[in-house]
Design a protein. Structure first.
Length: 347
């Protein structure tokens, strides 16, 4: 037995795993690739916030800018092939904030495929996402071959759920084909029926879903502390679309649960849960990883796919401090911020 070779192999595995701490984000090795997941970007300053003390200041979002700048800077080193935004792109649904959001996402435009889920702050409660559609319409994306299309509202009224408020994108990496569906917060039945068809039509692709509400307090909080302390999992309450809206649990039961090719669901929305993940089984026995990230100024997610190891390394990176997010005051457990998921990519 060659103990030297065994030791070298074990050392290589240890080096590739998460460091205990790191001041620099290590580069992705050849044969791997990364997805960037942007959490809620509601951290605006200036007159667009409506705060009297900031009325003379230009509307800005330094956190959003730091995230998209970092993604551009790290695109080659991390081999980033797709960027997904979980929604709540803005805090207040006004032109000042949407203009800033568009400028931030413009840094990615034409450089990497991306998609956006519409959050509850990005629409009026009954589901009107007109301002999102003004700044991120279907026409912005149709020139790209990775853009698959969007849900079209019946009756020619796109303000409810239409014109890119629900969309899907196609990309490939490491000889694997993927589809990622971006669904608005509490998507109604008609949207879920569309998502069903899209996922069925692309059953030969590995599937990801990003939607705004996913994991968080199981039941609607009755007390402020419930957001922090109440039992958590897939939420059974909703914020948007009134009686037509679906809770996270209903979206799982009516749509996500059915599709054998689905392996990952990303969400945000819950800043007082901040980070949470769980792995469940779909109807056909497939493992589905459900991930919540809503970090405020603490960071965004880079998910490194390592096909040879059949693993996805999830790293939470703070582009402001330029360090891995090891813990937060809300979630002190490191394994909610830096962890590894098993996912079969090679036999």
């Amino acid at each position: 037995m060659n103990f030297s070779k065994i030791f070298s192999a074990l050392l290589a595995i240890a080096v590739s795993a998460f460091p205990v701490s790191a001041d620099e984000l290590p580069p992705a090795e050849e044969g791997t690739f990364s997805l960037a997941v942007i959490p809620d970007t509601q951290h605006y300053k200036g007159k667009g916030t409506g705060r009297k003390t900031q009325l003379q200041a230009t509307t800005a979002n330094p956190v959003f800018e730091a995230i998209t700048d970092c993604i551009v800077d790290e695109m080659d080193r991390q081999r980033i092939v797709f960027v997904s935004h979980v929604g709540d792109i803005v805090d207040i649904n006004n032109d000042e904030q949407w203009s800033v959001a568009q400028k931030c996402m413009n840094k990615l435009h034409g450089k990497v495929p991306y998609g956006i889920s519409v959050g509850n702050h990005d629409m009026i409660n009954h589901g009107d996402s007109s301002l999102f559609q003004k700044y991120f319409p279907k026409s912005r994306f149709t020139k790209f071959d990775w853009y698959g299309g969007c849900y079209e509202s019946p009756g020619g009224k796109p303000e409810i759920s239409g014109n890119n408020a629900n969309s899907f994108q196609l990309f490939s990496a490491a000889d694997m084909d993927f589809i990622i569906v971006h669904l608005e917060c509490n998507a109604p039945d008609s949207v879920l029926a569309w998502a069903d068809k899209v996922l069925e039509q692309h059953a030969n692709r590995r599937a990801i879903v990003t939607t705004h509400m996913g994991l968080g307090p199981l039941h609607r909080p009755k007390d402020p502390r419930d957001y922090f302390d109440a039992p958590k999992g897939r939420m059974t309450w909703k914020k948007c679309h009134g009686s037509k809206g679906n809770t996270s649990q209903q979206m799982w039961e009516k749509c996500f649960n059915k599709h054998k090719n689905l392996f990952l669901i990303c969400s945000g929305d819950q800043s007082r849960t901040q980070a949470l993940h769980q792995t469940v089984k779909g109807q056909q026995g497939n493992s589905v990883h459900e991930l919540l990230s809503d970090y405020g100024s603490k960071g965004f997610r880079l998910m490194r796919f390592i096909p040879k190891q059949n693993q996805i390394e999830v790293r939470t990176w703070n582009p402001i401090t330029k360090k891995l997010c090891e813990k937060t005051s809300i979630v002190p457990e490191r394994d909610q911020h830096q962890f590894t998921l098993n996912y079969q990519m090679t036999k």
